[in-house]
Write a protein that binds this ligand. Structure first.
Ligand SMILES: [Zn+2]
Length: 91
């Protein structure tokens, strides 16, 4: 699905419709030194270390894509609810 680079929508901070720059949500980089990563590494140590079941047979063939909308006037960023798409690109 092709998504336009900008759209005019409601900004909750300006309390009116303004032009927003559109981008796709991307998860942040995993950092090995962070608390959660350290704790998970500690839990996984030794015999029988995996503490929750890992899903191997995925039923879904698409990923949920969320849009990040940045207000052109106040730089407030809001996130749109994700929809299932095989491919999304901002054009
Ligand atoms: Zn705004």
């Amino acid at each position: 699905m092709k998504i336009p680079q900008s759209m005019r929508t409601f900004c909750p901070r300006c309390k009116t419709h303004t032009d927003h720059a559109v981008s796709l949500y991307k998860a942040g980089k995993r950092r090995g030194a962070k608390k959660g990563e350290r704790h998970q590494a500690e839990r996984k140590k030794g015999y029988g270390g995996q503490k929750f079941p890992l899903q191997h047979n995925q039923a879904k063939v698409s990923k949920k894509q969320s849009l990040m909308l940045k207000c052109g006037e106040c730089d407030y960023t809001l996130q749109r609810k994700g929809i299932r798409l095989k491919k999304a690109e901002v054009v």
